[in-house]
Design a protein around this ligand. Structure first.
Ligand SMILES: [Zn+2]
Length: 500
């Protein structure tokens, strides 16, 4: 994710994490003696109720029917195939915005109720550990944000797009909404003829029946729920070839296809540039989705990154800047998507690397030296650590603050850690580490400790002390090779901020 600098004030949306009401969900508990359903989580330090224990999702099949207007709920059927890792009397799913009509477990009707932001399913018979189970939920998926909810569906001027990072996929569909549980996805999107639907992965058919068309897409690689993308709009799908025949497809408003073409044409070169730095592009396809929406950010949804169209049409943004933002989201396909954070505290691995390649691209193509940007980041780093926490120990999201874990400490503050590392171990070792990192953890998840271990192995010495100071210290350590760099002391405004 990358926040767009605001050129004008936009309406502020607030989020309240505890708000979670499936108003029309019916709770019918047949086992009177059972303890009340409770919200569960996988213990994420920043989002304690995200994800659920006791199962591992292998695949999601999302069936969505778009009514032709983006202010009414879509009808949906979500089918989850999961492997149980514990005996389960109940299965908790994350789902907090929509009406649940029915739930089946392995083909038999199941009871369900809600607790916090969880949909709690009670199967007719409890599930044993070490078995496949299929959960089918019939529900609505509401693109109109609930009170104090933000994220999930994004309403565009011509339809819908999706922005689930970090914790909003479960506003769209029932799921195990944590990046530690990646799964394969199939999307079947039915829309009135005249709309175009595109989702992550490769197309697997478009079947026109009467007045509607059903568009099917499948991912070829596992994906975190936060990276799901479904675009429904009056869109053109523009196809071209990337390096070594990689299919590239961009999704743009039909009317703007010609105007936007010069930007679209840049993607293959950017992919080739990144492949040269870190190795083969990790997925089956790539492309940019230029949405007519005001999100305030761009987002690395897997194989199809989401951008505000305005980024490409607003003349106030310099060209080098727009390109660097494109490279930021593209590099997330390696760092964040293919290699996902095991917990949200590891998000510096996503944003630090995306910021790093964004800056490196600007250095190599637009004469904007990395060292200047890093010196400026060093100057601000103590303030960032004060307000947002050290890069690998970010402060919890603030209720009501937009996308609030995405603070400078995990962007330039974390790129600064990579710069310090490159200064410390030298350029050849650093570049070897980057390539090995995305190779070794491809299609998987990884932790900060994994990065520290691999860096130490590549450097041939224990770097845990170095990383402890740089990733967890309240103060920014001295920069190797630049003893003159100074970090400005935290100011009063930052202190006031942390007290909220
Ligand atoms: Zn980002």
């Amino acid at each position: 994710m990358l926040l767009t600098p605001r050129l004008r004030s936009k309406p502020r949306i607030t989020r309240h994490r505890k708000a979670a009401l499936l108003a029309s969900a019916v709770s019918v508990c047949l086992v009177a003696a059972a303890a009340p359903a409770e919200p569960l989580g996988v213990g994420d330090r920043l989002y304690p109720y995200l994800g659920n224990p006791g199962y591992d999702v292998a695949s999601y099949d999302l069936n969505l029917t778009y009514p032709g207007t983006n202010d009414k709920p879509l009808q949906a059927v979500t089918t989850i195939d999961a492997w149980t890792t514990a005996d389960l009397d109940r299965v908790n799913l994350d789902f907090a915005h929509g009406t649940v009509q029915s739930v089946e477990v392995d083909g038999r009707p199941a009871d369900f109720s809600t607790a916090g932001e969880d949909l709690v399913v009670t199967p007719a018979h409890s599930l044993h550990r070490g078995l496949w189970t299929r959960i089918t939920v019939r529900h609505t998926s509401d693109p109109v944000a609930g009170k104090d909810q933000e994220g999930g569906w994004v309403r565009t001027t011509d339809g819908l797009a999706m922005a689930n990072q970090a914790d909003a996929a479960h506003l769209v569909f029932p799921c195990n909404d944590h990046p530690s549980d990646k799964a394969m996805f199939t999307f079947r999107i039915t829309a009135p003829n005249g709309w175009t639907a595109v989702a992550n992965g490769l197309p697997a058919g478009a079947d026109r029946v009467g007045t509607t068309t059903t568009w099917t897409y499948r991912t070829q690689h596992p994906m975190a729920t936060e990276l799901a993308q479904v675009s429904i709009g009056r869109s053109a799908v523009v196809r071209r070839q990337g390096p070594h025949g990689l299919p590239v497809r961009d999704v743009v408003p039909s009317a703007d296809r010609k105007t936007l073409e010069p930007w679209l044409a840049k993607t293959p070169g950017q992919i080739a540039w990144l492949e040269d730095k870190v190795g083969r592009y990790p997925f089956e396809t790539y492309g940019v989705l230029m949405a007519q929406a005001s999100t305030g950010f761009e987002l690395e949804t897997q194989t199809l990154s989401l951008f505000e169209k305005e980024l490409f049409t607003e003349p106030a943004y310099p060209k080098w800047y727009v390109e660097s933002v494109m490279v930021h989201e593209l590099s997330h396909q390696w760092f964040g998507d293919s290699v996902s954070p095991r917990t949200w505290s590891d998000v510096w691995l996503n944003e630090g690397h995306a910021t790093w390649y964004e800056a490196l691209y600007s250095e190599e193509t637009a004469k904007r030296p990395m060292v200047d940007r890093m010196k400026a980041a060093y100057g601000a780093s103590d303030r960032w650590r004060q307000s947002g926490g050290p890069p690998a120990l970010p402060k919890a999201p603030v209720p009501g603050e937009k996308i609030s874990i995405f603070r400078p400490n995990i962007y330039d503050g974390a790129a600064l850690v990579l710069y310090a590392l490159r200064q410390e171990i030298g350029r050849p070792a650093f570049e070897r580490l980057e390539r090995l990192w995305v190779q070794r953890h491809r299609d998987s998840t990884a932790t900060t400790a994994d990065f520290v271990r691999l860096a130490s192995a590549v450097a041939g010495r224990d770097l845990s002390g170095f990383f402890q100071a740089w990733l967890y210290g309240e103060k920014t350590p001295p920069m190797p090779g630049h003893p003159d760099w100074k970090s400005a002391p935290p100011d009063r405004a930052a202190k006031a901020h942390t007290r909220r």
